[in-house]
Design a protein around this ligand. Sequence first.
Ligand code: NAD
Length: 497
Amino acid sequence: MTARPTFIGLPDEAFVGGKWRTASGPTSEITDPANGQILQTVSQCTATDVDDAVAAGAAASADPGWCGLLPHQRARYLHRIADLIERDADRLATLQTFNTGKTFTETRALVGSAAATFRYFAAVVETHDEPMTTARGNYRTWIQHEPIGVIGAIAPWNSPIASDAQKLAPALAAGNAVILKPAEWTPLVSLALARLIEESGLPAGLVSVLPGRGSVVGDAIVRHPGVGKVSFTGGTSTGRGLAHIAADKLMPVSLELGGKSPTVVLDDADVEQAIAGVIYGIFSSSGQSCIAGSRLFVQESLYDEFVGRLIERTRSLRVGDGFDPSTRVGPLVHRRHRDSVAGYVDLAREEGGRILCGGAIPDDPALACGAYYLPTIIDGLGAQARACREEIFGPVLVVLPFTDDDDLVAKANDSVYGLAAGIWTRDYRRALALAGRIDAGTVWINTYKAFSISTPFGGIKESGLGTEKGREGIAAYSRVKGVYLGMDPEPNPWVPA
Ligand code: NAD
């Protein structure tokens, strides 16, 4: 165990319309999930702060100092933000490990990916060509992408800064202002990012960061008439409620929602590679990942051997403090969330599941005050068991056997979700056929949780609406306008001379 760094807190202020101020709502305590201690307090924003942020965002996005910039000039701001994130990467990652419990290795990678996201969208906006469309008369036509105005960006607690960047970078690149609402439990790194954005010289008012409750500040952002689009990442039931409000406003929304992703091990898989991939797919981030491979399907002929080895390797994962470099599984984000995960495992027991490993809070006294839970593998459950159907969002894997590919597809698709899937096999023909048949927005073959900002990402079924990332990521924050330029020198002959 290495020594923990000293926690350096942030001033208790929200970034509202380009100014730092104490938020208008009550304060909440931000805790360290590794030991339950209070790190600092953060005041929560209310609808008043949203009003001010929207007014400032609307003014800043309409100001010629921003809307008059050419794409390569906007790109310069994104590069400056990326430079500052890279300069402060260790500090940001430390803050995020304190706030979320994630291992420092992971938070350092998330910070790196946030900087890379700003650079990627800087490159995209500089190289984004507006196509001429095919004319059907004596005119020229083309489309142009224009900013929407003020974007609401609502983020979950599991990967702040990376998810913040995935919304901020394309929205700014497209020429908008953004109001970012981090999750209640994890606002710190988003507030730190706001200070870097301010330092970058981005015109004031273009970015606001409003911590607070979803039902208060999140709801006010979604309902505000001045907000022209909301990009939401979070749970499916929250997303559904938000979509109803958006429908009333006729406002576009992007929804990145939950998952219960199947990972499939076929009888010809490279077993060593598949075991490592399955373990990483569910237990990295302590299972708190929308794309966690939380339902494992193993072909019957390989089942006993594979599951036996999986249990052995899972037991060797070190559970502990995220600052300890040997830790693989850190605490969950909060004791309340840990209790919800434990509740699902208790339910699985009642539903007839066999706990093959884990299934408990660790008994190490050094971890007693933290939000820890042991990596858990369960089998023997029926497909209708709640642990097989609902997103647990923790280090819990359910394992189910299958006979052949048709049986597998039926079982894997028997879910309301369709976010991701993993396939482990040496037979690429079989893999590609299955990839086409499984309901998922992303399919990984002989890898899992590999991510590239240049590849569009989104869920199907109840896992989401719309895609983020990729070159089209900018279009998601734009309005499209068709322009016709008449070339005829004569007056319109329909009107008598
Ligand atoms: P959540 O839905 O509880 O909250 C997400 C955000 O929405 C938070 O900022 C919250 O404050 C806000 N919110 C809550 N109620 C709101 C309301 N009525 N109006 C507006 N905003 C509101 O989700 P969570 O617990 O923070 O995150 C976990 C969930 O996020 C999981 O379901 C996970 O799968 C999902 N997730 C999805 C992706 C993806 O890309 N598909 C990525 C990460 C997390």
